[in-house]
Design a protein around this ligand. Structure first.
Ligand code: ADP
Length: 387
């Protein structure tokens, strides 16, 4: 099962995108729809609202009178908290019921208008943001959804900024063109990224990746930040620390387009406890990889666990290493050493390019790494490096 978070500012065109995903077979879990469902006549939700706010919030035929509820519930912070305390748990419960009922290879699309504002992005293996320029959104809200200009502007101003949305977006869908154009983008995304991602998760297999070295991508650090946030949520207290490591963490250096992240844990037993949570987050374990090539005498100290992203759109390696072991320390130090020594970057790239033509890339890179290991530790000792 793949869970996707779909969001966008009001009027951006989120509904168009979620309707497209629904047509393609996605199961849409819509926060607004659920929020209405849980307070329909005859529900526990409506009974609790009446208990808290009185039957003045009901229409003559017994349904919820939304403006009347808004008038009392939004009059002060305490009443607002009471309302949220009633509605939010019911919405969360209904949401989990819908997800639990879905088939194991389903794609669940959670349509969450305030995903950014409520800091839910790291809970999803993939976050899709639909965007349009605020002026265009105002125009559409007036034209098609009956808003006054003042109301449209006030709603937009109260929401997250474009910059805040960009920071969490794994996929950015621009809806400044025709409705047909955004539908086409959504369909391509579905077929080329979402379905393969869901399939890989189901069979617990990482996505294939391209081995080529590409020019430095200045968005790598931002992409890594999203991955680290997601892994933090998945690992919770079991992670001692989580770091962006490897070549993509070295500003300006060309690299393979694969983000490497290290999750530091207390023991390999803890690493094994994380396997399910990492799979749910989009990173199945690679069972064949249980150690790094040792660069000093005790191979037992070089063991690790290794997961890799099932998302074909964002190749990612997740190395789980034990706090204080040589492989864990070297991964952190290696990045700092490269950052501090541009000549070593060039040297490393040359070794990497040569290894790419060899039959076994990892083995071919090894002699360079062994030598680099000793050079890097000399640098670390000389500069009094600390993780
Ligand atoms: P959201 O769900 O993100 O708040 P909607 O999907 O309701 O926004 O979009 C706002 C309005 O603009 C809707 O009436 C929708 O039909 C319309 N709309 C969406 N995309 C486009 C587009 N590309 N061109 C013109 N109108 C659009």
């Amino acid at each position: 099962m793949l869970r996707i978070g779909l969001t966008g500012g009001i009027g951006a065109g989120k509904s168009t995108v979620s309707a497209t995903f629904s047509d393609l077979g996605g199961i849409i879990v819509d926060g607004d729809v659920i929020a209405r469902e849980v307070v329909e006549p005859g529900t526990e939700g409506l009974a609790k609202l009446v208990e808290a706010f009185g039957d003045g919030i009901l229409l003559p035929e017994g349904a919820l009178n939304r403006p009347a509820l808004a008038a009392v519930a939004f009059s002060d912070d305490e009443k607002r908290a009471t309302l949220n305390g009633i509605v939010h748990p019911l919405v969360a419960h209904r949401r989990s019921e819908l997800i639990a009922a879905a088939h194991e290879d389903a794609v669940i699309v959670e349509d969450i208008p305030l995903l950014v504002e409520s800091q839910m992005a790291p809970m999803f293996p993939l976050v899709i943001v639909v965007n349009a320029d605020p002026e265009l959104r105002v125009k559409r809200l007036i034209e098609y959804r009956g808003f006054t200009e003042e109301d449209a502007r006030a709603r937009i101003a109260a929401q997250a900024t474009e910059e805040q949305r960009r920071a969490v977006a794994d996929v950015w869908l621009d809806n400044s063109g025709s409705p047909g154009a955004v539908v086409e983008q959504a369909r391509t995304l579905w077929h080329e990224r979402i379905l393969p991602f869901a399939h890989n998760l189901k069979i617990e297999q990482p996505a294939r990746r391209d081995a080529a070295v590409v020019p430095y991508d200045p968005t790598w650090p931002d992409q890594a930040r999203r991955i680290v946030a997601r892994l933090n949520t998945a690992c919770g207290h079991r992670a001692v620390r989580i770091d962006h490591i490897g070549s993509t963490a070295v500003p300006g250096m060309d690299a393979k387009d694969v983000i490497d992240v290290q999750v530091t844990v207390k023991s390999l037993a803890v690493a094994d406890e994380l396997a399910d949570a990492l799979l749910t987050a989009g990173y199945p374990v690679v069972p064949g990889v249980t150690a790094d090539t040792p660069h000093d005498d005790d191979p037992a100290l070089w063991r690790k666990r290794f997961h890799a992203s099932a998302d074909p759109g964002r190749p990612t390696n997740v190395h789980i290493r034990v706090d204080g072991r040589p492989n864990q320390r070297f991964a952190l130090m290696f990045v700092d050493w490269l950052r501090a020594n541009p000549n070593v970057q060039a040297d490393y790239l040359a070794a990497k390019r040569a290894a790419l033509t060899a039959p076994d890339y990892v083995a071919a890179k090894e002699p360079w790494f062994l030598d680099a290991y000793h050079r890097a530790w000399k640098w670390a000792d000389a500069t009094d490096w600390r993780p």
